[in-house]
Design a protein around this ligand. Structure first.
Ligand SMILES: Nc1ncnc2c1ncn2[C@@H]1O[C@H](COP(=O)(O)OP(=O)(O)O)[C@@H](O)[C@H]1O
Ligand SMILES: [Mg+2]
Length: 379
């Protein structure tokens, strides 16, 4: 806990490279980005994460200057850039489609930004060689983009935007066009480059796993709205609302209402039964009192599952039967039918031999501090 507090203080001391203040973008009557306030600290990787159409690209394009905000303010390294054209904003951009110049060699593609800045040729040559080495493309400088693989093309795109040493690198789903294995490899490359160059990055993705892996902090969006900003751990362990909880990681939600609110909260579930939950598991204690409707979030790995032998059902236990199960190597995923609900349970498979089959009656149980109780938004 003390470690987290120190981190937060360190982060607050860092200067903001990007600041968005109440940023809104409307296209006719569509609100693509709605009142987003967000800052990106020097040297961090911040991901904008959310489903397709939630406003990620529009946000990024406003930072780069390709799109004009309807309302709100953008600051880059402290300066209001509302009137600054894209080429003067000191940002680099990498797109999903690499957008390389097809008629130029790798070296000329990478050198492009420096040429535009009027950098002397001798300096360009040495910086291009350095960059080629950095992105592991040494020896390929004479090739044309069409002669490269997708992964190599994306490395050229990265090198081309990094060579001008932008204050912030903006990346719009840069790995979305690559196959799974290459994508995983390239994620490691991003982290390595980030480590070596210390460049601030705003990284757009709709891929939760990718965001969890590469982010210092992530900003979760849907329908133009920013739901939560935090470290991957904060977001996973302490989602602000149901959208975030559902979008990041796997979850089962059970609705109910509070019947006692002391150091232990008791909740009567709609599916039947009463559970007891620690006060520390209540997301908004101020909003959650006796009579409140709540949604209880369970992460599948927090459940314990065993065959039901007919013993009495204790506190914080459910019975049900296995409808479906999937063996995933290190875990087994079970879907357990309990009343009207389908509950997902993940079990580490290496710890014990598989002994539960589809159709089996099972007993699932949880500790009182493992669920998260969210206020019900009245659905
Ligand atoms: N130039 C545009 N004109 C009209 N609507 C647009 C334009 N650009 C984006 N939109 C709409 O704005 C919303 C957000 O789009 P976008 O920022 O591209 O989302 P994302 O990148 O998260 O998939 C979508 O509904 C999209 O259709
Ligand atoms: Mg997009």
């Amino acid at each position: 806990m003390s470690g987290q507090i120190t981190d937060a203080q360190d982060v607050s001391k860092q200067k903001n490279v990007v600041e968005l203040n109440a940023l809104t973008k409307e296209f006719q009557d569509l609100v693509a980005v709605n009142d987003v306030t967000l800052s990106v600290k020097d040297g961090e990787i911040l991901t904008l994460l959310g489903p397709s159409g939630c406003g990620k690209t529009t946000t990024l394009r406003m930072i780069a200057g390709f799109e004009t905000p309807t309302k709100g303010e953008i600051r880059l390294t402290g300066d209001d850039v509302s009137e600054t054209p894209p080429y003067k904003r000191d940002t680099g951009m990498v797109f999903q489609r690499y957008a390389l110049f097809q008629h130029m060699t790798v070296a000329d593609n990478i050198a492009f930004g420096l040429k535009m800045q009027g950098t002397p040729d001798s300096e360009i040559d040495s910086r291009v060689s350095e960059m080629l080495e950095m992105v592991k493309l040494s020896g390929l400088q004479g090739r044309y983009p069409a002669e490269l693989s997708g992964g190599q093309q994306q490395r050229v795109a990265l090198a081309r935007s990094l060579i001008i040493e932008p204050s912030v690198l903006l990346l719009d789903e840069p790995l979305a066009n690559l196959d799974k294995k290459l994508r995983e490899e390239m994620r490691m490359e991003f982290l390595r480059l980030h480590e070596e160059l210390d460049v601030t990055m705003v990284y757009v993705t709709h891929n939760q796993e990718e965001a969890l892996m590469i982010s210092d902090r992530m900003a979760v969006m849907s329908d133009g709205n920013l739901h939560q900003v935090g470290t991957p751990e904060e977001i996973y362990l302490n989602p602000n609302d149901e959208f975030v909880a559902d979008f990041i990681g796997q979850a089962t939600f059970l609705s109910g209402s509070v019947t006692d609110a002391g150091s232990i909260y008791t909740i009567e579930l709609q599916m039947g039964g009463v559970i007891e939950v620690a006060r520390s598991s209540i997301e908004s204690p101020d909003e959650t009192e006796v009579g409140s409707d709540v949604n209880v979030l369970f992460r599948p790995e927090k459940f314990h599952i065993e065959k039901h032998t007919g013993a009495d059902i204790g506190r914080n236990q459910f019975t049900g039967h296995v409808e479906e199960s999937t063996y995933l190597g290190d875990t087994i995923e079970y879907y357990v039918r309990a009343g009207n609900e389908r509950i997902q349970v993940n079990q580490q498979s290496l710890t014990q031999a598989r002994e539960i089959d589809d159709g089996d009656e099972v007993l699932i149980s949880f500790d009182e501090d493992t669920p998260l109780v969210l206020p019900s938004r009245g659905q």
